[in-house]
Write a protein that binds this ligand. Structure first.
Ligand SMILES: [Zn+2]
Length: 313
């Protein structure tokens, strides 16, 4: 997590270079009269595109299967950020390599880490004291974070504040429905309520839906996975008789496949419960490319795999 301090000077130079070039060729920000919002992850951008409607143009820098922990801004991103009216990112060290860029851009326009507006006592921390940034998996926390973004929109364009408020209330009603729908997870037998994934992205999901969560990697994907991590995970699978484990769309599948094979070597059959969306959503324009669709996909996949057990897919 301290990597970017060491790279600080180089980073600043690259930033200045990109920023200067970016300022000269502002091609994709046509003056369409809309409010230009740029976000890092689509979990922020897609809901804001719903709430902003025709008044707002939203661009998310990190597309499907992109890992935000390791993401570095491209030349095109700097150009896009330069043309934005408002910038929203998750914060809490999720976009670890973009913190300096946001600090710099924040001197000239609103740049808000919406996750960092949530009261600290509602957040989760690992045993080292690092904060868990994956707050979008707690629907109530995500509403609080999105609320801050909507307040910024209202402040930026007070003439549309009423519209934004109305759209937000409609959207939040859908999120409340989603939360109710996810209560189906309570039907999974207690002893099978263990969610094994490639990295620790589901802590908030586990807290909200009363599931034990086991990630092979920690809160970030920037650490190595050792044989001992894999063996410890297999021990848990055996202890809890876990029927299925999950891969994530933004994380390499090899570690989870090693767990399945390792369990087989010890005479235990654990299947692949399918792919979950953790740090990235699906393709834009698909159901899983929306926050609600992504969340529902995960709930259904987990429910199917853990309540009934599935064959690998
Ligand atoms: Zn993550």
């Amino acid at each position: 997590m301290f990597k970017y301090f060491k790279k600080g000077l180089l980073f600043s130079l690259i930033f200045i270079l990109f920023f200067t070039i970016g300022a000269c060729e502002n091609d994709d920000q046509e003056d369409d009269g809309k409010i230009h919002v740029v976000t890092t992850i689509a979990q922020i951008g897609e809901p804001l595109s719903v709430i902003g409607g025709d008044l707002v143009h939203v661009k998310s820098l990190m597309g499907p299967s992109v890992d935000p922990h390791l993401y570095n801004a491209t030349h095109g991103d700097i150009n896009t950020l330069d043309g934005a009216d408002l910038i929203f990112y998750n914060g809490l060290n999720l976009e670890a390599n973009m913190v300096e860029i946001f600090a710099e851009i924040g001197k000239s326009k609103p740049v808000v880490a919406i996750g960092e507006t949530i009261p600290k006592e509602l957040l989760l921390y690992d045993e080292m004291g690092s904060v868990d940034p994956h707050i979008w998996f707690d629907i109530d926390l995500w509403k609080m974070a999105l609320e801050q973004a909507v307040e910024e929109l209202k402040e930026f364009a007070p003439e549309h504040a009423e519209t934004f408020e109305k759209n937000k209330e409609d959207y939040f009603a859908q999120l409340d429905e989603l939360k109710k729908e996810a209560e189906m997870l309570a039907e999974i037998p207690d002893e099978k309520r263990v969610l094994v994934t490639a990295h620790d992205a589901f802590g908030y999901f586990g807290r909200m839906h009363n599931m034990k969560v086991v990630g092979l990697q920690g809160l970030s994907t920037d650490s190595e996975i050792g044989v001992s991590d894999i063996q410890a995970t297999i021990d848990i699978i055996i202890e809890y008789n876990v029927p299925a484990v999950f891969v994530e769309s933004s994380v390499n599948e090899d570690s989870i496949k090693a767990v399945i094979e390792g369990a087989q070597d010890r005479g235990v059959n654990v299947s692949l419960g399918g792919q979950l969306f953790s740090d990235a959503m699906g393709e834009p324009g698909t159901v899983e490319g929306t926050y609600i669709g992504m969340y529902r996909h995960n709930v259904n996949a987990i429910y199917e795999a853990l309540s009934k057990g599935v064959e690998g897919n």
